[in-house]
Design a protein around this ligand. Structure first.
Ligand SMILES: Nc1ncnc2c1ncn2[C@@H]1O[C@H](COP(=O)(O)OP(=O)(O)OP(=O)(O)O)[C@@H](O)[C@H]1O
Length: 319
């Protein structure tokens, strides 16, 4: 029996799409060792050459491979995943970004060698996909402060989590909430919001949970409305994301829905899985139930969530 299972695992046809612009330092070294392992397992490997290329590659591979693996951060996962929607091919993830939201939610290890084992040994499940105008989100999309930061960050030369935190601390004190008109499954809501998130998974990345109860396969979007709040409440809100209690904060309301429309007098800055997008003056958000297959870890490779994990992952204790 064991031999049959092993043979089935070896027979998986997988394509690794590597974003060479993602990850840095030690991650790069580990990426090289990943390439050797993938080659010796008989898997195909290709590098994305520019933004949008990973999407083209995965669209061509859809239906022709059992798994197409995104090697990169959330932007690469989004591009590769988009090409696989409604196909028989599963998305695999080797997370090398700084947030790794979907990988963390799916409890995929962030150590490259372990994530590689998930491709070989993991199982496949279907997850929902959020559509927001012409974009697709597998993790969290939204408007407001986080989207504003994603637009600003896209223009920064300095990358990495530290540069990201610096930008937030510079922009947060002067950021003003905006008034939005939102229709949630037909019910009209008008509010001054700091941000509005559409959550498929529970977290942005790095175990910052914006929608603690979100399920990725329930056919519903967790609409997280963070109302305008006094700036001194920010630390409490931040901590409540880490301890998964933001839904109990008085400035937060979470509504589960299938269809949302937002109207705004000015073009909306949005983000999709952390990548900046322009949504125009009207955004339509809906859910595509179970439209994407993903690989998930077997029990012995599950990365249990731990708020200190992102810090520990930065310490190079081996692969
Ligand atoms: N060869 C390439 N050169 C430059 N950019 C690329 C290339 N291939 C893909 N990209 C773009 O790189 C961008 C960033 O990718 P990704 O989010 O995966 O990495 P990251 O920025 O390191 O991760 P994180 O967002 O978690 O910090 C994506 O928008 C993708 O389109």
């Amino acid at each position: 029996m064991r031999n049959v299972n092993q043979r089935l695992k070896m027979d998986k046809k997988a394509l690794f799409i590597i974003n060479p612009a993602s990850g840095q330092g030690r991650q790069k070294e580990l990426e090289r060792s990943l390439i050797n392992q993938a080659k010796s397992s008989g898997y195909d490997i290709i590098f994305s050459e520019k933004p949008g290329h990973a999407f083209q590659l995965s669209s061509q591979a859809a239906g022709n491979y059992d798994i197409v693996v995104a090697v990169g951060g959330d932007g690469t996962v989004n591009e590769v995943g988009r090409g696989l929607i409604n196909s028989s091919t599963a998305l695999g993830i080797i997370p090398t970004g700084s947030g790794n939201g979907l990988a963390r939610f799916l409890q995929i290890p962030v150590k490259i060698n372990k994530a590689f084992e998930v491709i070989k040994e993991g199982s496949v499940k279907s997850i929902d996909v959020i559509k927001i105008n012409d974009y697709y989100s597998f993790n969290v999309a939204g408007i407001g402060f986080d989207a504003y930061i994603s637009h600003k960050f896209a223009h920064k030369k300095k990358r990495g989590p530290l540069a990201y935190m610096q930008l937030i601390s510079k922009e947060f004190p002067k950021y003003k909430s905006e008034n939005y008109t939102i229709f949630v499954d037909g019910a009209k809501i008008q509010l001054d919001a700091f941000l509005v998130s559409f959550a498929n998974s529970s977290q942005y990345g790095n175990n910052f949970h914006i929608a603690p109860g979100a399920l990725i396969d329930d056919g519903l979007i967790d609409v997280c409305l963070i109302k305008d709040f006094p700036k001194f409440s920010a630390p409490a809100l931040l901590i409540s994301m880490l301890d998964q209690s933001i839904d109990k904060n008085k400035y937060d309301t979470i509504i589960r829905a299938r269809n949302i429309t937002i109207r705004h007098p000015k073009p909306l800055f949005g983000h999709v899985d952390g990548e900046p997008v322009n949504l125009g003056v009207e955004a339509h958000i809906n859910i595509l139930p179970l439209a994407l297959k993903v690989t998930t870890p077997p029990e012995h490779l599950i990365q249990a969530p731990n708020i200190l994990q992102p810090l520990m992952d930065m310490i190079p204790l081996g692969i």
